[in-house]
Design a protein around this ligand. Structure first.
Ligand code: PLP
Length: 389
């Protein structure tokens, strides 16, 4: 089956739910057993629709886990209450005191915060590496390196990592490769055919797709499954049934929404390239971007998230005037919903540049609005900005 079909049929079993098209919200802690024998066996076997306790899984969670595992091309999946909880659970599953972790500088910042606090507190050492390191990562591997964490394209600057090259080196040293695959969603990057062992989605973004729920997914190969499944259970991770339902509902239209985010994002990036106050665009699917060739090689599409950098003269106050004038772009964190967003950051938030470098980056999420309306809105904003020069 092709992805569009998998997104519609995977994880659904109407016969088990009186014919209802969508797997209903199972709100339960206790699950009752018919016989002493079944109770004593305490079976949990979602494949055969046997559940034992709300925290361990329900038909609602099993539906989404099956669908995400199939779409990402992994063997199994577990859910967590947020994307960040999925990341921290996966890292804790594989790392012990005395271990070493290689973490991309380009990862989502709360992932770094976790490494610098909790992992450090438990005796795990983190080395940050340049996202563009490729096979040179060999030089950073130590005998105790257990996990190489990748996120591609990187948060903020959207550099594309050479994941197959990194995976080859990591596997040569018995380290596993863990990926934050949120940007591409399960549709536009297939982690397990590129050497990834554990793939994380902040389902909060495109899977939910409507900015109204938080959820994370951890999908693994067969080999990595037991470790993740156990850690997930020992840490008491689970997600609420209503949020899982919203993610399932979002997933059904993911393959229809994502091409529009791709198209609108690229159209906005091309428009921005014509603007005189814009110094640089960070979008791997834009011809001429340093990551373009690798993106073409490894990815099946682009989502609606990218950034642009403004000329150095643009002050915080000037940028505020421009962004506050926008009518169609909300200002806020997160992304992946149906609506367009702008989020301003300093360049130095993402990389070591000089302390006095005050240049601003604006992250754009291209939503599902008509792109001509979006361009008109930005155009009015740039007119306001230029008038302040
Ligand atoms: C948002 C995000 C996360 C975290 O997801 P939450 O559901 O907000 O915890 C992780 N990685 C990336 C790349 C993200 O954008």
């Amino acid at each position: 089956m092709k992805d569009e079909t998998i997104a519609v049929v995977a994880g659904r079993d109407p016969k088990a739910h009186h014919g209802a098209v969508n797997t209903p919200v199972y709100r339960t802690s206790t699950i009752l057993f018919e016989t002493f024998e079944d109770f004593a066996a305490g079976v949990h076997d979602p494949a055969n629709r046997k559940f034992m306790y709300g925290r361990i899984g329900t038909p609602t969670s099993a539906s989404l886990e099956d669908a995400v595992a199939q779409l990402e091309g992994g063997a199994h999946c577990r859910l967590a209450p947020s994307g960040l909880a999925a990341i921290t659970t996966a890292l804790l599953a594989f790392l012990s005191a005395g271990d070493h972790l290689l973490m991309t500088i380009g990862a989502y910042h709360p992932t770094h915060d976790f490494c610098n606090s909790i992992l450090k507190q438990f005796g795990v050492e983190t080395t940050y590496y340049d996202p563009l390191i490729g096979a040179e990562i060999e030089k950073l591997i130590r005998p105790n390196t257990k996990v190489v964490f990748v996120e591609s394209p990187s948060t903020g600057l959207f550099e594309v990592q050479d994941i197959p090259a990194i995976a080859q080196v990591a596997h040569g040293h018995q380290a596993i490769v863990m990926m934050d695959n949120t940007w591409a969603s399960p549709l536009y990057f297939k982690p397990f055919t590129h050497g990834v062992d554990v793939s994380i989605q902040a389902a909060t973004k495109y899977i939910v797709g409507h900015s109204d729920a938080m959820l994370g997914t951890i999908t693994t190969t067969d080999a990595a499954w037991e470790t993740v499944q156990n850690a997930h259970r020992y840490l008491g991770q689970m997600a609420g049934p209503d949020d899982i339902y919203l993610a399932l509902r979002g997933l059904r239209t993911l393959a229809t929404r994502l091409p529009v985010h791709h198209k609108n994002g690229l159209a906005l990036a091309r428009y921005l390239a014509t603007q005189s106050e814009v110094e640089h665009i960070y979008h791997p699917a834009l011809e001429g971007d340093p990551g373009y060739a690798r993106w073409r090689r490894d990815f099946l599409g682009a989502c609606g998230l990218f950034s642009f950098r403004l000329k150095p003269w643009v002050t915080r106050a000037a940028l505020a005037t421009m962004l506050e004038s926008l009518q169609l772009f909300g200002m806020g964190g997160s992304w992946g919903g149906y609506e367009s967003l702008v989020s301003p950051f300093r360049l130095k938030t993402y990389r070591d540049v000089s302390k006095d470098d005050d240049r601003w980056i604006v992250r754009i999420h291209a939503g599902l609005e008509n792109v001509e309306d979006l361009i008109e809105d930005l155009d009015a904003g740039f007119a306001k900005l230029s008038a302040l020069k």
